[in-house]
Design a protein around this ligand. Structure first.
Ligand SMILES: C[S@@+](CC[C@H](N)C(=O)[O-])C[C@H]1O[C@@H](n2cnc3c(N)ncnc32)[C@H](O)[C@@H]1O
Length: 325
């Protein structure tokens, strides 16, 4: 994880996109890392998704946080909370409220939101600083999949938080690597709070990623716009792609794809390369793995975390797991 302050250089972003396009678009099937869904527009669309009737995960995770935030603050006694993929930090306010209430007199709690989406991160950090004058808010623009995951030092216990089911964007190998590096960055006694979506009825799962209003379709197609503008592409337009969300029962995950509606013949000026995709072929943009609490516990324990508590919402849709390094 490269820890830079807000305002990441555009050139670095373009270079990263170019490298990912070169290594992903010419694969079979073509693929791009999920993080490229989250430019400013993508992040705003995701925020809209969290309020859609079909998208239950945010409501369920919020309910668990509302019920458990005070307990989390009391049990962890954390002085620093680092949130990976913080987005708008909306749900996190429940934790910030709880840590504010639990703070010992004279001790300042620090919140470090980490995200690739610079504009949303900066704007939410500014608002949080105003709303929580007793908390030090230190936003960090970083890619949480990069190898040098360095977390800030603290006088007391640290709490790493990964909400929204974002861990589901990793396959099993990437998850193991992520846990291994996170465990390596934390000290014994530090904490890890992880939000995971649970396996459930396929119809509900697919609907959550293919809503009637078409917001998720716009969110997915936005990756084409990110490619078009970032790599100065000709012949590449979001409307030429259909949003596909399907359940992969073997891997117990929702997969998002973009299917070409016509033969695509694009030219990327930044790469100096042409790219073809025949009508009907698909680009892989996101996976969202769904978990069951027992196998999740096992994979966390195999990665150096003891599971202290697992909480689910009243409907058994979503789980919040508190682990300790
Ligand atoms: C599914 S959203 C969850 C947002 C928020 N935590 C929530 O629970 O609503 C994923 C978040 O992770 C961020 N993100 C995605 N890939 C990332 C990466 N590789 N490094 C850092 N942030 C990333 C996105 O910008 C987005 O804010």
């Amino acid at each position: 994880m490269t820890t830079t302050g807000p305002g990441r250089a555009d050139t670095r972003e373009v270079n990263g996109l170019a490298a990912d396009a070169l290594s992903g678009l010419w694969q079979d099937p073509p693929r791009l890392p999920t993080k490229w869904l989250y430019d400013e527009r993508g992040s705003r669309l995701f925020d809209e998704i969290t309020r859609l009737p079909e998208y239950y995960p945010t409501r369920r995770e919020t309910a668990i946080l509302r019920a458990r935030a005070a307990e989390i603050a009391e049990v962890t006694e954390a002085q620093v909370m680092v949130e990976l993929g913080s987005g708008t930090s909306t749900k996190t306010r429940l934790l910030l409220d709880a840590f504010t209430d639990a703070a010992a007199p004279g001790r300042r709690f620090t919140y470090v939101p980490v995200d690739v989406s610079t504009e949303v991160l900066t704007a939410s950090a500014e608002t949080l600083s105003q709303d929580y004058p007793g908390i030090e808010v230190v936003p960090v623009v970083a890619d949480f999949t990069e190898p040098d995951l360095t977390l800030p030092d603290a006088d007391g216990p640290r709490l790493a938080v990964f909400l929204g089911g974002t861990i589901g964007n990793f396959d099993a190998d990437a998850r193991a690597e992520f846990y291994r590096r996170l465990a390596g960055s934390l000290s014994p006694g530090d904490w890890f709070l992880l939000g995971t979506d649970l396996v459930k009825d396929t119809g509900r799962l697919v609907a959550a990623y293919d809503d009637a209003a078409g917001v998720t379709a716009d969110f997915n197609r936005n990756m084409i716009e990110v490619l078009r503008t970032g790599l100065d592409a000709r012949g590449l337009y979001p409307d030429d792609f259909e949003h596909i969300a399907r359940w992969n029962p073997r891997e117990h995950r929702i997969e998002m794809w973009l299917r070409a509606r016509r033969d695509i013949e694009a030219y990327f000026a930044v790469l100096g390369r042409s790219w073809r995709l025949p009508a009907g072929a698909e680009i892989h943009t996101e996976i969202s793995t769904k978990f069951d609490p027992d196998s999740l516990r096992k994979e966390l324990e195999e990665s150096g975390f003891g599971v202290v508590s697992t909480w689910t919402d009243d409907f058994g849709d979503f789980a919040l797991t508190l682990g300790r390094r």
